[in-house]
Design a protein around this ligand. Structure first.
Ligand SMILES: C[S@@+](CC[C@H](N)C(=O)[O-])C[C@H]1O[C@@H](n2cnc3c(N)ncnc32)[C@H](O)[C@@H]1O
Length: 142
């Protein structure tokens, strides 16, 4: 995917060259970038894969370390009809979900605080229907 994205960038980006963008694959909790490397971090559709709060906190902490500005992340909020459908489906099948699990905003807010960040704004994609929410964050000390 990174190679395709890079090829698309080089082909379609108006006036852009390879020097203007890099496409790298890194572990979210240990990116290897220096402190404050980025003006912003945007993380789309990753946090709903992390069932353990400790992993969410580790990745959020890493984002805080490498970013000197705003951080935007998505997560699956359990306050949504689709989240109820998700729970019902597993209940009826007798299965335990292991991935894409919606969590309460209060749980994610606790992870955010534990990572030394604070919430600036929240944006639901389809309030009450879709679990997809975006959260804008900054360093709690700022
Ligand atoms: C649902 S996809 C989203 C991809 C892309 N961000 C988008 O919105 O289309 C989740 C991505 O997160 C990556 N991923 C999962 N765990 C990760 C981790 N610990 N560190 C970095 N990437 C991870 C997966 O390889 C996958 O590409």
């Amino acid at each position: 995917m990174a190679e395709l994205a890079h090829a698309n960038w080089a082909r379609r980006g108006p006036g852009r060259t390879d020097a203007t963008a890099q496409f790298l694959v890194r572990e979210g909790g240990a990116t290897g970038f220096a402190d404050g490397t980025f003006d912003a971090v945007v993380c789309n559709r990753l946090f709903h894969h992390f069932r353990e709060p400790s992993i969410r906190v580790a990745v959020l902490s890493e984002f805080r370390r490498i970013c000197c500005g705003r951080i935007f992340v998505s997560f699956f909020n359990s306050f949504a009809l689709d989240a109820v459908r998700f729970r019902m489906k597993h209940w009826l099948r007798g299965t335990t979900p292991t991935d894409r699990i919606p969590i309460p905003m209060s749980d994610f807010a606790a992870d955010i605080r534990a990572a030394g960040l604070r919430v600036l704004s929240t944006s639901p994609i389809a309030w009450g229907l879709s679990p997809m929410w975006y959260v804008e964050l900054c360093d709690a000390s700022v």
